[in-house]
Design a protein around this ligand. Structure first.
Ligand SMILES: [Mn+2]
Length: 401
């Protein structure tokens, strides 16, 4: 297995030719067009002064999304733009619940028709840490005619977006890094004596760490961002967030993944059966755990998540990899393909990916019924077939580089 020390991008970025010290000012991004994103975002905020924007997160927002959206809200307030941060699913990870409670992070679940009827209060939509494909509200909001003003994300491109400005940087490991660059480059001056600012900096630090496996997968720009945040964040508050413990039900899912896992060619695959909607985040946690096994470089965990409120079922899966040459986005798109409307069932970013496959007509949970078992077997078999097809027993893992 490759070690992360050999990640040439990190070394090259961290040690620019001829410079003896690492500059704290991020270099312009060589992958983006000549346009400076901070300049473009400043121009955009100026143009939208005194508006009200809806900031939409993925259905199951993670610390990177939550903290980045909050930073955007504080920045936008500087331009007299009022923002509401919303998501349609649930906060299911105990750390995310702790983050929101302990920092007072202003994000709300937005599900009922009454909530949605307030769409006319807004002049623009902003997507943070997603491209609309992971939110069940996105299509509805666009159909209601709310213009897409800005997209800030680090996932690989998912679909065509008609936004006024898109700051999409897939080689950056966390959206929190992008937002921290905005702060650092003057869109908002953080003030150590402002408790909202220190809490937001703490949240960004958490988001950045969470998306980079505690900085182990971080690139130079993520370290630069962490260095900048270190001047403002509250270390005690961060450790309080991190000390949130796992619920018994999450432990049970991890246990199931351990018991059901099959390992072939260094890839560990586990189906965990049915889960409650609120425990959905146990899936990525189980994948995080399975990828730590000796001689395993990639883990995929999936289950059928049952939403009692909406009578909706969806297969949700997570992929974690420590193999640098494996592109999770490509792997998932290749494994599961597209739906009838040409949308992929999932995608990813560096080292991690996820997928969601609607159960559709087969949805519906029946107590103690044979039907549940049969349905699980069908989905389990189909997903395993699609995954094992990519993990060729002759030649090892598909090479995506
Ligand atoms: Mn992220």
């Amino acid at each position: 297995m490759m070690t992360f020390n050999s990640d040439s991008e990190v070394l090259e970025e961290a040690l620019p030719n001829g410079s003896s010290a690492i500059s704290l000012v991020p270099k312009p991004d060589p992958d983006s067009d000549s346009d400076d994103p901070v300049k473009a975002v400043r121009r955009l905020l100026e143009a939208h002064r005194e508006e009200r924007h809806l900031v939409l997160l993925q259905d199951f927002p993670d610390p990177d999304a939550l903290s980045s959206a909050w930073a955007y809200k504080l920045i936008a307030a500087n331009y007299k733009i009022e923002c509401d941060i919303v998501y349609a699913g649930t906060l299911s990870h105990q750390e995310n619940i702790a983050l929101v409670r302990l920092t007072g992070l202003p994000a709300r679940r937005w599900l009922s028709a009454a909530d949605r009827s307030h769409l006319s209060d807004y002049q623009g939509l902003v997507l943070v840490d997603n491209q609309g494909t992971t939110s069940q509200l996105y299509e509805h909001i666009r159909e209601a005619g709310l213009p897409l003003v800005l997209v800030i994300d680090h996932h690989a491109p998912q679909s065509k977006l008609d936004a006024e400005y898109i700051d999409l940087r897939p080689h950056i490991r966390a959206t929190a890094t992008i937002l921290t660059q905005y702060l650092q480059q003057g869109l908002l001056n953080l003030d150590r004596n402002n408790s909202k600012h220190t809490k937001c900096a703490t949240a960004l630090m958490h988001g950045l760490r969470a998306d980079t496996n505690q900085l182990m997968h971080a690139g130079a720009s993520d370290f630069m961002a962490a260095a900048y945040l270190s001047q403002f964040y509250d270390g005690q508050l961060l450790s309080a967030v991190l000390q949130a413990s796992r619920s018994k039900r999450v432990m049970d899912v991890i246990e199931r993944s351990l018991r059901n896992r099959k390992v072939q060619n260094n890839v560990s695959i586990a189906g965990v059966g049915y889960l409650r909607y609120d425990d959905r985040d146990a899936i990525p946690q189980a994948a995080d755990f399975l990828v730590t096994e000796e001689n395993v470089h990639t883990a995929v965990v999936y289950g059928i998540v049952h939403d009692e409120d909406e009578e909706r079922e969806v297969v949700i899966g997570s992929l974690r990899t420590s193999k640098i040459t494996l592109d999770p986005d490509e792997f998932i798109k290749e494994a599961f393909g597209q739906d009838s409307e040409g949308r992929f069932f999932g995608g990813g970013r560096s080292m991690a990916g996820g997928f969601e496959i609607p159960v559709g007509f087969l949805s519906g949970f029946y107590e103690n019924s044979e039907y549940n078992r049969l349905k699980w077997e069908v989905f389990d078999t189909q997903i395993k077939q699609k995954l094992w097809r990519l993990v060729n027993p002759e030649e090892g893992m598909i090479n995506t580089d």
